[in-house]
Design a protein around this ligand. Structure first.
Ligand code: ZN
Length: 99
């Protein structure tokens, strides 16, 4: 079962295309930033509206949330907050999409 199905854009009705995207995560009151690279998503070819499958979004939240949590618990700031990259291996489109 493919993670990403062929569908129309809910915003503009345009064609959507399965591709790997990057997302930048920030949290209020936390200086640190996390970049997640290689997320399978449906992207509108017209307005660039993006849909990440629910299961994928949940998985990424489960990875990213504890990182922000531990950073927010730091009381004594010894170094400036780092930026963190989470990189998924490249997966070919026929593995995650049925289009
Ligand atoms: Zn669109």
């Amino acid at each position: 079962m493919a993670l990403i199905r062929k569908r129309k854009c809910p915003e503009c009705g345009g064609e959507m295309e399965a591709k790997l995207i990057n997302l930048h995560y920030k949290r209020q009151n936390v200086e640190m930033e996390v970049e997640v690279i290689g997320i399978p998503a449906n992207v509108c070819t017209r307005c660039f509206y993006r849909i990440i499958p629910g299961k994928v979004a949940k998985y990424i939240d489960a990875l990213v949330d504890p990182i922000f949590e531990s950073e927010s618990r730091i009381i004594e700031k010894i170094l400036p907050s780092p930026s963190i990259d989470i990189q998924f291996p490249f997966i070919s489109r026929d593995v995650y999409a049925d289009q």
